[in-house]
Write a protein of this length. Sequence first.
Length: 185
Amino acid sequence: MPEPSPKPINTAAADSQEQFVALMNQHQSRLSAFIESLVPDYQAALDLLQDTNLVLWRKREQFQPGSNFWAWASTVAYQEVLHHRRSFSRSKVVFSDKLVEQLADVSRERLETHDDRCRLLRLCLQELPERQRTTVERRYSEAASVGAIAAEQQTSVNAISKQLQRARLALLHCIERKLAEEEPS
């Protein structure tokens, strides 16, 4: 008996799904932060992120490639949060729908600038003097304690704390300056 020939693979659909998965992955941290800003219970926020991902996947055919994925995904997440709130409306601590809507608007605005700020932070880190940059990277990328850094640099904990404080201030000013430079006139 001859073997059945394999079904042809729809490469356009496979590419479309891969692009959709890439968009979902790209926006996971923003979606998580958005949901966490609206739901006080961390575990509930994690569950809602999973629910949102399922809804996004089920509705992936409705997404128009080239349109604003973040706007679409955050609207889905917002609807999931509202559904969750209705399910738990008997709880003693419940925000009004109006407050949740305001929180969602503020959170969306802040998260829209998150990627730009991260990009600018990487640029500004490169502008720090090498010693400050190394100290910042050890403290935040490698999670080294201030005490460990002080021991490595053979200096006091206070000196490292001041160095980090100056570096954070320089980074803040640098990011604000670059954001102002990028604003349209």
